[in-house]
Design a binder for this molecule. Structure first.
Ligand SMILES: [Zn+2]
Length: 123
């Protein structure tokens, strides 16, 4: 094998590898959703977390209200009438397992991956 051909093969292999990473990355990115819990009970599930236009909804409970926004795989609390505003300050959550907590309102927003959820449902 000539030196040039050898490098061409290595280059091609590296290209294919990075392409695979990109495709797999997009695929795994598309499987996240968010679960919203109030008082330890499932309040709502956001299945279209990946949508490109921002969507906003309000979680109104006896403890108070939190305005939640999500877009492009990220979810965050934009407004809350709680005392410490920790939930607002947290910023955007996008990774599976990431959790936004509003302790005064007993609100938990948790990012879950669909594959993890499937395992959960079969129990
Ligand atoms: Zn809060």
């Amino acid at each position: 094998m000539s030196k040039n051909l050898k490098w061409a093969v290595i280059f091609l292999a590296a290209m294919l590898l990075s392409l695979g990473v990109i495709i797999f990355g997009q695929f795994s990115h598309g499987t996240v959703s968010a679960e919203i819990y109030v008082d330890g009970k499932l309040y709502s599930v956001v299945n279209d977390l990946d949508r490109q236009e921002m969507r906003t909804f309000t979680v109104q409970t006896e403890y108070g209200s939190n305005t939640v926004c999500y877009k492009a795989g990220k979810i965050w609390v934009s407004e809350a009438d709680c005392e410490n505003h920790t939930c607002e300050k947290y910023g955007k959550a996008s990774l599976a397992g990431e959790t936004i907590v509003c302790a005064p309102h007993r609100l938990v927003i948790r990012i879950v991956s669909t594959s993890y959820k499937k395992a959960d449902v079969t129990v």
